[in-house]
Structures are given as structure tokens and as C-alpha cells.
Ligand binder design. Structure first.
Ligand SMILES: *Cc1c(COP(=O)(O)O)cnc(C)c1O
Length: 465
């Protein structure tokens, strides 16, 4: 390093000097001593490194305080609200279901106050956590009993561990699913302590395959909803009703893992018909598991419904304690389930169903309303047009059924890299806007943008640099 380079480094303001600026005084007020001092130290270190790499005039104390301010004032972390314009309604990476107002209010109350989580208000004795949702789940599914855990993966794990620890769990080769995020049926079985017994073939499994597999070591038989794929062509599977009869005859409990599991007939809302949880219970599976934050539209949770004696066994498993849900989620679950008692207004009140049931004409009208604003905001470098697209339900629910929708198609008039840059700028907004790039266009599928949020969307775009 030359003498002049060393002297440039020496001119870099010290932490105390930066702290004495007016800007730093304001930062101290907003963010406190520790965070402000740490951040100032960071930006000074970075400036020192930059000067070593390329000698230049060092930044002033004011400049450094401003850099620290930008960092400290940056919008709150990654969990800030965003616009999901991906066209995937239940987007696992974007937090799946958006909750109903009633659920939000219930969770907020439970956060702020003490609640009778495990307390019987009638006689002042200890109560059970599940009591808050047991009656509702029984009413909505027709099952004898019910319990709730952290998510559906936990529900499956807990059932396997309860009934097949050190024993055999029978499953069709056509149903050995991987859902992503390391949820693979064979691995879950191994961790649950069950020995997996595969029956049938990838494309065909028959009743005799199950019958032959059953023996005194069998602990459970599984039917798994192939949520995210379909086997087509020369295929055969044993339906849940028939399998329930075979399992009952052998004295083996049948677990039907529905994955998404809807509580209502979706064909009432213009979607493809998917078997409901009530159907699965009625078909005779002794245990049925499903998610809280997929089609049900609630918070992350896993439900196990079924025969009382079996649910009691599940509840006695020590693992249940490790997988239970807290008061916030329980409050939100109870409020969400209550909405199902009024099916006529469900699509209005439950955002998941409202988004899924939204018809294309409505979304298209919204796209035409927003197009001039977006086009004006993006300027001459981009063309913005209204076009047709297909939305996905997401989370492995009804994988092949897409929904007719409408999107704003944004195309770069110049180079394609401009489109990538625009997508990045939209993600960097205080309320990020997430679309998807396909066929040379950035598509903003408006299915999940409520009309009431249009003004907020416009205000957000106005903040584009
Ligand atoms: C999604 C899914 C699960 C896991 O549910 P989570 O609530 O995400 O834990 C399990 N089984 C099937 C068939 C699924 O589709």
C-alpha cells in the first residue's frame, strides 16, 4: 500500500465521529444504541474494504450515517406482506392459505390475552386442547372423534408411530409419494419406526395384494392420496371403500391420508369434484388425515379424524405433545371451521375459496381496470397487455385441474434482461409483487388480488424506482 493510500484510509471517520452527526442522533432515537452503533461499524468496515480495493476519497461521516440509516430503516424482514400474483392460490413458498378475517381476529385475541386453552370453564378443572375443535370436526366430517397437530405430515407420522411402531405398515407401490420438502413416504415410515411393506406395482394394485400382505405383525394399512401426480393408462387401484372392508376383515386399521382434504363439495363452486373428508370417513377408513392450510383455507395444521378408540390411542402417544398446536393456531382453526357451518357465505368469507371460485370475467375486468395504470407506470420500455392464463390451485391439490384466469402480460420492448430486472425491482418493493416469467412475458395473474386491494397495489407500483 502506498503512503497516499494509507493516508486516505486514515481519513475514514471513526465510529464516534459518525455517531455525533445529526443523522445518527435520529437513528439512535429510532433504533437504539446497540443496533445503530453496530450498523455504523459495519458500514465503516465496508468502506475501509472498498478503499483498499479501489483507492478514492473516503466517505464523510454524514454519508456513512446515511448508509447506516438506509440499512436500519429498510422494510421489515422477509415475512412482510406481498402480492401473490403467481397464479398459484395455495403457494407453499408464499405461506399457503391467506386466513379469513374471523380467524385473524380470533388469533389476535388469543395472542393478547389469557385463554382457556386447557381449562374447563364449567367446573374450573383441567380441560383438553382438542375440545375447542373436536365437536366442530365431528360435525363437519361425520367422524366419531378428532385431534389436531402441527401439520398433516405430523398427523401421518403420529398415526404411523402409534399403530406401527416395530410393526408393519402396508402401502401400495402406486402411492409411495414424495410431496417435496423431504416428505417421502418411505422415509416417514422409517422415522415412525414402522417397517414398510409395499404391495402391488407402480400402476396396478389389487385387493389380493393387500390380503396377502396382512399378517399378525401388520400394524396399519395406508391409502395415500396421490396429490401431486396421476398414474394414467393401464392402471388399477383398490378404492377406499373396498380397502376398508378388507382391512376391517383383517382387523387392521386403515389410514386414508387425503393431503388437501376439502370439507365442502368444490363442484358447488365451479371447481372439479374432489372427495371430501366426509366422503372418506363414510367410506370406512378408521383414520383420515388432512391439512389445515391447503383447501381448508386455515392456518398450518394437521387433522386426524376417525374412530374414537383409535384417536384415544393417538392422544396417548407421547409424541403428540411434541406435535401439538399452540393457542394462536387453535383459535384460528376454530374460527375457520365455524365458517363452514354457513356454506352459503363460505366463498365470501374464506379467502382461499373466494380466490379459487373467482370467475375469469371478473378477473379480466380487473385486469382491464389496472392495465392503464401499470402501463403508465412502467413507461415506454415495456408493453402491458391483458391476456388469458391458467391459475393453479397449488399445494398438490387437484394437480391437473387449472383455472381459467386473466393476467397482465408485461413484455420488454428492448432486451429480455430488462424483464428480469423489472421482476427483481418488483420483488424489492416494500410490499413485493411476485409474478411469473413465462414465454418471454412477466405475467401478473390477478386471481388473488382482491378488488379492495387495488388502491394498495397502485400505491405500491408508484414506489418503483
Ligand atoms: C400435502 C400433503 C401432506 C403433508 O401435509 P402438510 O400439511 O404440508 O404437512 C401429506 N400427505 C399428502 C397426500 C399431501 O398432499
Amino acid at each position: 500500500m502506498t503512503d497516499s493510500e494509507v493516508s486516505l484510509l486514515r481519513q475514514l471517520p471513526a465510529v464516534a465521529t459518525v455517531l455525533s452527526t445529526a443523522e445518527a442522533a435520529a437513528l439512535l432515537e429510532r433504533h437504539g444504541r446497540v443496533a445503530t452503533t453496530d450498523t455504523i461499524r459495519q458500514v465503516i468496515d465496508e468502506a475501509r474494504q472498498a478503499l483498499r480495493d479501489t483507492p478514492a476519497m473516503p466517505p464523510s461521516a454524514d454519508e456513512l450515517a446515511q448508509r447506516a440509516g438506509q440499512r436500519l430503516d429498510a422494510p421489515a424482514g422477509g415475512l412482510r406482506p406481498l402480492f401473490n400474483l403467481t397464479g398459484v392460490v395455495l403457494h407453499t413458498n408464499l405461506g399457503r392459505a391467506v386466513l379469513a378475517e374471523a380467524a385473524i381476529a380470533a388469533a389476535t385475541d388469543a395472542m393478547r390475552h389469557a385463554v382457556a386453552l386447557e381449562y374447563d370453564l364449567d367446573d374450573g378443572t383441567r380441560g383438553e386442547r382438542d375440545d375447542h375443535v373436536r365437536a366442530l370436526l365431528r360435525e363437519l366430517t361425520g367422524a366419531e372423534d378428532a385431534t389436531v397437530v402441527n401439520n398433516n405430515a405430523a398427523a401421518v407420522l403420529l398415526c404411523l408411530n402409534t399403530f406401527a411402531l416395530g410393526r408393519e405398515a402396508v402401502v401400495s407401490r402406486g402411492e409411495l409419494i414424495e410431496i417435496g420438502g423431504a416428505f417421502r413416504m418411505p422415509d416417514i415410515m422409517a422415522r415412525a419406526g414402522a417397517r414398510m411393506v409395499e404391495v402391488g406395482t407402480t400402476n396396478r394394485t389389487h385387493a389380493a395384494d393387500y390380503r396377502q400382505a396382512f399378517n399378525p405383525h401388520t400394524g396399519i394399512v395406508l391409502k395415500v392420496h396421490t396429490s401431486n401426480y396421476r398414474i394414467q393408462g393401464f392402471t388399477a387401484e383398490v378404492g377406499a371403500r373396498d380397502l376398508a372392508a378388507i382391512a376391517d376383515a383383517a382387523g387392521v386399521p386403515l389410514l386414508n391420508d387425503l393431503g388437501s382434504g376439502s370439507l365442502v363439495d368444490l363442484s358447488r363452486h365451479g371447481l372439479a369434484r374432489e372427495p371430501t373428508v366426509r366422503d372418506a370417513v363414510e367410506e370406512g377408513a378408521r383414520l383420515v388425515t388432512f391439512s389445515g392450510d391447503k383447501l381448508l383455507g386455515g392456518p398450518q395444521a394437521g387433522f386426524i379424524v376417525g374412530a374414537r378408540a383409535l384417536i384415544e390411542q393417538v392422544n396417548r402417544n407421547p409424541l403428540k405433545r411434541a406435535l401439538r398446536v399452540d393457542k394462536l393456531r387453535l383459535a384460528a382453526i376454530e374460527a375457520t371451521l365455524k365458517l363452514y357451518r354457513d356454506p352459503d357465505r363460505l366463498a365470501q368469507r374464506l379467502p382461499t375459496l373466494r380466490f379459487l371460485a373467482r370467475d375469469k370475467a371478473d378477473i379480466e375486468a380487473q385486469a382491464h381496470r389496472l392495465q392503464p395504470m401499470v402501463a403508465a407506470r412502467l413507461g415506454d420500455a415495456f408493453a402491458v397487455e391483458v391476456g388469458e392464463c391458467r391459475s393453479q390451485i397449488g399445494s398438490g391439490a387437484l394437480p391437473l385441474d387449472t383455472l381459467a384466469s386473466a393476467a397482465l402480460f408485461i413484455r420488454a420492448r428492448g432486451s429480455q434482461s430488462a424483464l428480469e430486472q423489472l421482476a427483481a425491482a418488483l420483488r424489492a418493493l416494500p410490499r413485493p409483487v411476485i409474478g411469473r416469467i413465462a414465454d418471454g412475458a412477466l405475467q401478473l395473474d390477478l386471481r388473488c388480488l382482491d378488488d379492495a386491494d387495488e388502491a394498495m397495489f397502485a400505491a405500491t407500483l408508484a414506489q418503483l424506482p
